[in-house]
Design a protein around this ligand. Structure first.
Ligand SMILES: Cc1cc2nc3c(=O)[nH]c(=O)nc-3n(C[C@H](O)[C@H](O)[C@H](O)COP(=O)(O)O)c2cc1C
Length: 178
């Protein structure tokens, strides 16, 4: 192996976490969707995760106001819509109509479920202490929906700068990890 020094500004591209999600938010008459890949898992039950939603994004104001959201998990067929939703802002664009994203009512929160995504996690904001410093929100998943017919969904994993890895087949090993 011949390794070269790597720019710190690109270190995140080696560590990007699980699938890119489409974060939907809603407050009063406003409703929005944005791709998000900076999140990490905190606990199994109740399921907790921490995610970064920049103050520069319209989604942050809706998330702060409503304290609710949905993490919708798209597959590769939605790649163009995912990138498109990240290249514009809900502050001046109705992304649902621009990218033809059909949606339905969630069971516990005001933000919508995206019909074309293979899974959706309804979440409530449970901790905002890290928002001012890191733009990080702690979310609790309060309801989850998944297309169980899709055993190995080709989810999108962000490698930075418009490059994505698409998930492939699973392997199963004996492991003590839950
Ligand atoms: C693959 C991908 C992942 C992204 N991940 C995040 C993220 O984790 N947090 C964030 O604040 N913005 C992230 N962005 C950028 C926002 O999606 C982008 O700024 C978007 O236009 C914000 O939309 P809004 O202003 O309607 O909220 C990501 C964009 C892409 C394409």
């Amino acid at each position: 192996m011949r390794k070269q020094r790597f720019a710190l500004s690109r270190a995140y591209t080696l560590l990007e976490p699980g699938p890119v999600v489409l974060l939907t938010t809603a407050h009063r008459d406003a409703c929005n969707v944005m791709p998000m890949s900076w999140y990490s898992l905190l606990d199994f039950e109740p399921p907790l995760l921490a995610c970064v939603v920049s103050a520069a994004n319209h989604s942050q104001s809706l998330l702060r106001a409503s304290r609710q959201c949905v993490l919708n998990i798209p597959t590769a067929e939605l790649a163009r819509q995912v990138v498109g939703c990240g290249n514009c802002s809900g502050a001046d664009t109705d992304k649902f109509s621009r990218f033809k994203l059909a949606h339905s009512a969630a069971s516990q929160v005001g933000a919508p479920l995206l019909d074309a995504c293979y899974a959706s996690l309804e979440c409530r904001v449970v901790d905002t202490r890290m928002v001012r410093r890191y733009e990080q929100f702690v979310l609790e998943v309060v309801a989850a929906w998944v297309d169980i017919s899709n055993k190995d969904p080709p989810t999108l994993h962000h490698r930075g700068y418009g490059r994505f890895m698409v998930a492939g087949p699973s392997i199963q090993l004996r492991s003590k990890m839950r």
